[in-house]
Design a protein around this ligand. Sequence first.
Ligand code: SF4
Length: 220
Amino acid sequence: MDRTIRMTENNFLEGIPEAVPDKMPVRGDGNTLQINEIFYSIEGEGARVGQPTTFVRLAKCNLACFFCDTEFDSYSDMSVTEIVEAAKAHPAEWVSLTGGEPLGQDLRPLCRALGDAGYRLHIETNGVTKPDAELFELIEYWTVSPKRRRVIEGFVRIDELKYIVGKSFREDQVQPDIAKVIYLQPESSKPEFIQKTLGILTRHPDWRLSCRIHKMLKLP
Ligand code: SF4
C-alpha cells in the first residue's frame, strides 16, 4: 500500500485520508539500512548552523512535497558497521540523520553504534512518524520540519521546529508550545517568501529566520 502523502502548492494534502497513521511502518531490521548518500559539509540551517557535520541521508520519504529538491529514491544497502566506518572518514563531531524521512527505518542499532563511536547525533524529521522512545536517549538534537501538517503527538523533545514558508504557509499552522525554538525558512530562498517570512517575524519576534547558508556557499 502506498502511504505516501502528496502535497501540491495550492492543496497541500492530495488524495489521502485526513487521518494519517500515527506510526508509519518502519522498514528493515535496523542492522542494514537503505542509504541514499553519506557526505561531509557544514550545517546550513537552524540553530546548529556552521557546525561541521557528516550527513547520513536515508532513502525514501512518506511525504511528496512539491518543493522537494532532495533525490532520495536511489540507495545502497549498508550495514551499521559500514555506515560508522564511512562516518569516520570525515572530520566531524556531529552526524546528522536526514532524508528523505529517516524515521522510516529502525535507527536504533545505528544510533547506538554511532554513540559508542563518540559522535553527537542530530536528526531531521518531518514529524508525521512517531519516534521510538529509545531514540530520544540516543539522539542529542531533534529538528522537526513539519510540511503543512501538525506534528504528531509522541515527541518527547523537539529542539527546533523549522517551517518552510511558501505560498500556502500560514502562521496559525505553527505549534509554538511544543518546541524550544521556532525557525521560519523561506521556500527556495525566493524573494517573495523572504519578504513573507520577514513580515511574519515582525509579529513573532521570538521566532527566528533560517537561511540555507550551505546553498549560498555552494557547499553540498
Ligand atoms: S518531507 Fe522533506 S524529504 Fe520528504 S518530500 Fe517533503 S521536503 Fe522532501
